[in-house]
Write a protein that binds this ligand. Structure first.
Ligand SMILES: *Cc1c(COP(=O)(O)O)cnc(C)c1O
Length: 364
């Protein structure tokens, strides 16, 4: 099943059906990988012949530039089993386009979106038995690109490696959806104007880990980031975008912080803004301060808060803590608007509701 751009060499050490079933019987996130991976090198100003081969270690020179200077980007999207045995991916083209925007910000070469899609389709088809079948489960695709020049000088690398790996993922909330507690970080920021907040680059995550650790020390699950300039406006939660649900005069409005250049433009975020209309909700993208958040919860105008992203889909926020205050949202329970949006999105992804927005891409 090689394609013009990708030579497929099936793994010689593929797991048996029984071994795979054993690995897939207790899925978590990001620890189990399929039999194959895609590798496409870039050199001499062009993408070279790509390969699909056995999943395994990469061999890198210790001077490999991405290891030193972090010229490294990634994406994340999912493939879902359909009732007819087929497999579809959710908005892979949007991920391919965002991958290239990240590449541009990190001075890396663009990968043609068709090649990005072809890499995913080929890998998923070959590792089809690794796509879990239950609702809430999926095959998580992780494309990434690293600078591979064996050179310690600081400049954009001349050589790169695009790699795609896949990991079967269990239900994010195996015991049912449960709201998280968040810590508003005043000591750390994730992204500043002119920085890399809009790009899905490895360094953003490295810089977030200490804040996440602090949130946990404060008894919270996740960190909420404020804008770097005023330290006032809400940006994101960990690696997810945030939504605030308002109920006023019989009208439901979902509000998400506007994209200022320091927020990561989530594809789940974008999808929920569209899905809101289908469910009869209004939607708004605007700035929201911590003070406004507190006032609107206190006034009862804001009734729910949730975070969204590919990995967890939608996570309700039940409690907010910061230096000097603490408040609970919707009594710390899952809210109806949050759950309606979550169910609607999952139904489209698993094919139990019509895909009226043409988000799903048929793989097999
Ligand atoms: C990936 C990511 C998101 C969510 O994006 P999706 O496309 O919805 O998965 C949100 N915030 C950050 C910081 C991210 O890295």
């Amino acid at each position: 099943m090689s394609t013009p751009n990708l030579i497929v060499t099936p793994s010689a050490t593929m797991l048996s059906d029984a071994q795979r079933a054993e690995k897939m019987s207790n899925l978590s996130f990001g620890r189990t990988f399929t039999d194959h991976m895609v590798v496409i090198p870039y050199r001499d100003g062009a993408w070279q012949q790509g390969e699909v081969k056995a999943y395994g270690p990469l061999s890198l020179d210790p001077s490999t530039s991405s290891l030193h200077y972090g010229q490294s980007i990634f994406e994340g999207f999912k493939a879902f089993s359909q009732a007819d045995g087929g497999v579809k991916t959710f908005r892979p083209q949007a991920n391919g386009e965002r991958f290239n925007r990240s590449a541009k910000r990190l001075a890396m070469p663009a990968l043609p979106v068709e090649l990005f899609m072809e890499a995913a389709d080929t890998l998923i088809s070959l590792d089809h038995p690794w796509v879990p079948e239950n609702i809430g489960e999926s095959l998580y695709l992780r494309p990434f690109m690293i600078a591979t020049d064996p050179y310690l000088g600081v400049r954009p690398s001349l050589e790169y490696l695009f790699v795609l790996i896949a990991s079967p993922a269990g239900a994010y909330f195996p015991k049912g959806v449960k709201p998280v507690t968040v810590w508003i970080s005043e000591d750390y920021v994730r992204a500043a104007p002119g920085g890399t907040g809009e790009a899905k680059c490895a360094g953003n995550y490295a810089a977030s880990l200490l804040a996440q650790e602090q949130a946990q020390q404060k008894g919270c699950d996740q960190v909420v980031w404020l804008d770097a300039v005023h330290r006032e406006y809400i940006e994101e939660m960990g690696g997810m975008n945030l939504f605030f649900v308002y109920q006023e005069n019989g009208k439901t409005t979902i509000v998400t912080p506007e994209l200022t250049g320091t927020l990561l433009p989530g594809i789940t975020r974008r999808s929920l803004l569209e899905l809101a209309k289908d469910l009869g909700y209004e939607s708004e993208e605007r700035k929201l301060s911590v003070q406004q958040w507190r006032d609107d919860i206190a006034a009862g105008r804001m009734t729910e808060v949730f975070a969204c992203g590919t990995a967890a889909v939608i996570t309700p926020v039940g409690e907010v803590k910061a230096n000097g205050f603490e408040m609970s949202i919707n009594k710390g329970e899952n809210g109806p608007v949050t759950m309606a949006l979550r169910d609607a999105l999952l139904a489209i992804q698993h094919g139990t509701a019509p895909d009226t927005h043409n988000w799903m891409h048929t793989v097999v």
